[in-house]
Design a protein around this ligand. Structure first.
Ligand code: ATP
Length: 245
């Protein structure tokens, strides 16, 4: 059973087709990147899959459950790291993590153990007693992602996790994410092409809510007869360039 299966999933806003009859599947344990230029429909798609927005048409199955009728059954098994860093500024790093673990029903003992695991994994151990608002932007982002990860979701949505991070912080976060590969299904949206190329098993390119291409970075390069992934991406997004037929 695929982790996610879209069946003509559709959403429009006044006059704008944000997600247009999308159909594709994401495999269990896959690291799946969603790419597309601004307004392509990435956030709208993720929001529907997480139950934050209702579709206008079609359906999607998350771990086999319809998002129209059964999403409550899978919500405990998924989590999302939104574009905006979501942390409680006046709680310490440890308190933020334990708070989320508590909301998801972990015992105090389990919450402490999982918190320690996350502090280790995201290199936040030395900051565990610091108030979240005193962390740098990059550290806050790592904490926000760790707060989603602490619930050990089967499916984790990461919406532009490295937006605004400096090169070093971005590369550190990539290393953290790399360690998670295979342990859970990860859906990543990003504008950093090298991030998608470095991390993702398969890459899906959306344009105006429609599927433009889907495959490994290598396959997309071959299909477009290009040598770099950036060239492949541009060729796919800009058919007028005539490279990608
Ligand atoms: P970005 O890369 O800029 O984050 P995106 O690929 O995530 O973009 P969406 O935010 O899903 O794209 O937007 C898809 C389309 O739907 C865009 O044309 C956008 O203007 C439109 N849209 C999104 N949210 C709304 C809304 N609440 N009301 C009206 N139109 C919206």
């Amino acid at each position: 059973m695929p982790a996610i299966q879209l069946k003509k999933l559709t959403k429009h806003y006044k006059g704008v087709m944000a997600v247009d009859h999308l159909e594709f599947s994401v495999k269990n344990g896959e690291f799946f990147a969603l790419l597309g230029e601004n307004g392509a429909g990435k956030t709208t798609l993720i929001s529907m899959l997480c139950g934050l927005l209702s579709p206008d048409g079609g359906d999607a199955f998350v771990l086999g459950h319809s998002i129209l009728t059964d999403l409550d059954k899978v919500k405990p098994n998924m989590n999302m790291s939104p574009q905006e860093t979501a942390i409680a500024p006046n709680l310490t790093v440890r308190e933020n993590l334990e708070f989320i673990a508590g909301i998801y029903g972990m015992s105090q003992k389990e919450a402490k153990i999982r918190t320690s695991d996350m502090l280790e994994l995201f290199h936040l151990k030395e900051k565990e007693k610091a108030k979240a608002k005193t962390l740098s932007g990059g550290m806050q982002r790592r904490l926000s992602i760790a707060m989603g990860m602490i619930t050990n979701p089967q499916i984790y949505f990461l919406d532009e996790p490295t937006l605004g991070l400096d090169v070093r912080s971005r590369r550190e976060l990539w290393k953290n994410l790399e360690k998670l590969k295979g342990n859970m299904t990860i859906i990543l949206t990003t504008h950093y092409l090298e991030e998608a190329e470095a991390l993702a098993d398969r890459i899906c390119i959306l344009e105006k809510g429609s599927l433009k291409a889907l495959g490994t970075a290598e396959e997309l390069k071959q299909q477009t007869h290009t040598t770099t992934f950036e060239e492949a991406f541009l060729a796919i997004c800009d058919e007028e360039a005539g490279i990608y037929a």
